[in-house]
Design a protein around this ligand. Sequence first.
Ligand SMILES: *Cc1c(COP(=O)(O)O)cnc(C)c1O
Length: 362
Amino acid sequence: MIENRVYNFSAGPSILPDEVLLSARENLLNYEGSGMSVMEMSHRSKVYDKIITECIANLRDVMNIPDNYKVLFLQGGATGMFAAIPLNISRTGAADYIVTGNFSNIAYQEAQKYMKDVRLAGTTRDDNFSRIPEQSELTLNPDADYVHICQNNTIFGTTWHRLPDTGNVPLVADLSSCILSEPVDVSKYGIIYAGVQKNMAPAGFAVVIVREDLLAGAQPICPKVWDFQLQAKKNSMLNTPPTWSIYICGEVLKWIKSIGGTPELQKRNQRKAALLYDYLDSQTFYKPSAQKDSRSMMNVTFRTGDDELDKKFVAESMEAGMTNLKGHRLVGGMRASIYNAMPYEGVEYLVGFMKKFAKENA
Ligand SMILES: *Cc1c(COP(=O)(O)O)cnc(C)c1O
C-alpha cells in the first residue's frame, strides 16, 4: 500500500488500483508526449481518439462481448440509465421490474414516467431486501418489452447468483456494483449497464452494453445524448464525453488484463469475500444482514444489533485507518465494499480489527 493511504471500503465512488493512480500521476502533466494532460485535451484529437477506442476495445476483450452488442459510454450515471432504458427500448409500453433494493425501486419508479404498463414482477421488500427472490416468486409478463433487475444490490449486500429465466423477453440488468468482478455471459442479457464509479473508474459516466436488435426505436422524447442508436453511430462522442473518467477506465482495464482478466479477479474476490463471510459465520457478535444464499461478493453488510456499538465500530475503524464502513441508513450497521481494487490485505486488516473490537465489546 502507498504510504498515508487508508483502506477505503466506500460503496462508491470507491477505491482504484494503486497501479492506475500511479500511472495517472506519472502522465498527469504530459500524456505520452502530447505536452498536455488528458484533462486538457480535445476529445476530437488523435491522441484522445486512441484513448477511447482502446478503452472500448479492452472492455470488449475483458468482458468477452459478442459482436452483436454495442458498447456505449453515456453521462447521467446509472440513475440516468433508469430513464434511458425505457426511453430507448419501449416497444409496447410494458415492462417488468423486479425490486430487490433501493436502486431497482428507483428504476421501477422512473420507468413509469415513460411506459404505460410497468409491473412489479417480484420483490423481497417484506424481508427488508435481505435476499433475492426465487423464480417461483416472480410473475413475469411474456409480452413485456423487457425484464429489469439490479444484479448486485449495493446497499443491502445481496446478489443474483442465478439469473431469472425470462424466456424470450430481454433481460436488462444494472451491474453497477459487480461489473468486472467475475466473468459474465453477456449473451444472456439484452442490456447490461453500470455506473463506472464502483468498479471501473472515477465517477463520470455509465457503460451500456446493448444487443443490436434493441438499438433502434427510441421514443421521440428521448434526449439525443441518451439515444442508443445515435450514440452508437457516433462512437459515444455525439457531444463531449467525460474524457478523464474514460481515460482512467481504460487504465483500469489495462490493469485487469495485466493481472489475468476477470477469471483472476473472480478468484481474488471470492477469496476476499470468503475471509469476511467465514469470519462472520464463525461467531455471534456480528450478524450478517444478507441471507446466506443471496450474499454479495462486493458489498458485505453486517451489524452488531446495537446502534451505539455500530457507531463505535465505525468511529474506531476510522482511527485504525479504514474509511466508509458505515452501512447505508436503509440497512443500518456496517458495510464493507470490497471491490476489485481492494487488496486481500485490506480485508485481512478489517477482520483483524473486527476480532479485536468484538473481544473488547462483547
Ligand atoms: C451506485 C449505484 C447506482 C447509482 O449510480 P449513479 O451513477 O450515482 O446514478 C445505481 N445502481 C446501483 C446498483 C448502484 O450501486
